[in-house]
Design a protein around this ligand. Structure first.
Ligand code: A2P
Length: 340
């Protein structure tokens, strides 16, 4: 029978995207409960044409659900996901809180769905970072065919990665700068201002000089691909884009890469759109990708002076591919496998 589900963070950017995807994909549930902070208690949201009241997480009884999606930030997950798991709900956690926990599988269904064969010891399945998910989906077949030696990534990450308040701040700061170029506008989510700017700093700074966001991409790629020594190095940059993360990816392989074969390998992937010379100048951008539920890849180049190396330009909807869609596909896989 269909699971009873709870959406923690239902009022947020990822939560609302998840509701939309549950409707679009006709995900079957027996009951759905919407959960957020006490600030939202009593608000109502529509799901599949029916109004649902939002509950506060502090008083929510997770024993009434089979599956709980968490997208309310790491602090909320750290505090409440283990409680939900202890009360018997299987948690799909969208935050960074448990991703590197050895008892918690870190899953991109197109890459390592086998990790969902049994119920995890922690009672939690972790959803990877929004930039890691599209990257590993494209790296998998390249590793299998040519062997990955080194991956160098620069990201171009949208404001919506910081949720509703991130996009709202980008709008406000842009409006302020248009009125007065010297006015940085609000800087609560992004500092310095993100309006007409780029910021090479996401999440916190580590002793290594890398940011947490950059470290996540290394550690998570290794765990998902089961390549413990994979060399991934990243610069993560916030750009004034509303939604949709982009990545410039340089990949060095053990074997010489044939471009036509690389394009064919990428075209063969599920839910990936390859933009390749079908029109002059055709390449994906966050504003122009048509199928929002696909990973988009273009600018596919094999280096003439290093034929073991290739470049990819990758664009993916961070709220969908990078968060809500991956989480829902984990749930679909758990249901299909009867792991719930
Ligand atoms: P709320 O709307 O009640 O603040 P976003 O990523 O768009 O910023 O959304 C964050 C989500 O996490 C929202 O649903 C928000 O609920 C929820 N949230 C934030 N803080 C808490 C908290 N302390 N307890 C439960 N939910 C929280």
């Amino acid at each position: 029978t269909a699971p009873r589900i709870a959406l923690v963070g239902a009022t947020g950017a990822v939560g609302e995207t998840l509701i939309g995807l549950i409707e679009d994909r006709a995900f079957r549930y027996r009951e759905i409960q919407l959960v957020a902070s006490p600030r939202s208690q009593g608000r109502t949201l529509r799901v599949d044409g029916r109004e649902h009241r939002v509950s506060a997480v502090d008083t929510f009884d997770f024993s009434t659900v089979d599956l709980a999606f968490f997208s309310a930030g790491s602090d909320v997950s750290r505090k409440w996901a283990p409680v939900a798991a202890a009360q018997g709900a299987l948690v799909i956690d969208n935050t960074n809180a448990f991703r590197m926990d050895p008892d918690t599988p870190l899953v991109v269904p197109q890459v390592n769905a086998d990790a969902l064969a049994t119920r995890p010891a922690s009672g939690i399945v972790a959803n990877p970072n929004c930039s890691t998910i599209p990257l590993v989906r494209l790296l998998r077949p390249i590793e299998d065919r040519w062997g990955l030696s080194k991956v160098v990534v620069s990201t171009y990450q949208a404001a919506s990665g910081r949720g509703h308040s991130g996009t709202a701040e980008l709008h406000e700061a842009t409006r302020a700068a248009l009125a007065n170029p010297a006015d940085p506008g609000p800087q609560a989510e992004f500092a310095p201002t993100l309006a007409f700017n780029v910021i090479p700093f996401i999440d916190e700074l580590l002793d290594s000089g890398f940011t947490m966001e950059e470290q996540k991409m290394l550690q998570e790629s290794r765990k998902i691909l089961a390549l413990r020594h994979l060399d991934v190095t990243t610069t993560c940059v916030r750009v004034p884009v509303r939604n949709g993360h982009s990545e410039a990816v340089w990949i060095e392989c053990h074997d010489v890469v044939d471009r036509a074969e690389l394009v064919a390998a990428l075209c063969a992937l599920p839910e990936v759109t390859v933009h390749d010379r079908d029109a002059p100048g055709a390449f994906p951008t966050p504003r122009t990708i048509a199928e929002a539920n696909d990973v988009h890849v273009g600018r596919i180049r094999v280096s003439p002076h290093n034929p073991r190396g290739c470049w990819l330009w990758v664009v993916a909807d961070n709220l969908r591919i990078g968060a809500a869609l991956n989480a829902l596909q984990i749930a679909e896989e758990l249901v299909a496998r009867g792991t719930l």
